[in-house]
Design a protein around this ligand. Structure first.
Ligand SMILES: [Zn+2]
Length: 66
């Protein structure tokens, strides 16, 4: 998680805003596992919880991928 944050320069890749201390963060599979995404480092990103929810809805998945 810390390494991912460093790679993303402390920003959410969905909304582009910096993470703040009070934000709830979740690890997301860039390509959902249901669509063949691998459970590996380069397929992971950190998003705000609400951004993750939005992305998951867009991915068309009923369940969260983390
Ligand atoms: Zn966000």
């Amino acid at each position: 998680m810390t390494t991912l944050l460093k790679t993303q320069k402390g920003k959410c890749t969905h909304c582009g805003l910096f993470f703040r201390e009070e934000d709830v963060l979740e690890v997301d599979h860039i390509i959902p596992q249901a669509k063949g995404g691998k459970d590996e480092y380069k397929n992971l990103q950190i998003l705000h919880r609400h951004c993750h929810d939005a992305k998951t809805a867009k991915d068309g998945l009923a369940v969260k991928c983390t």
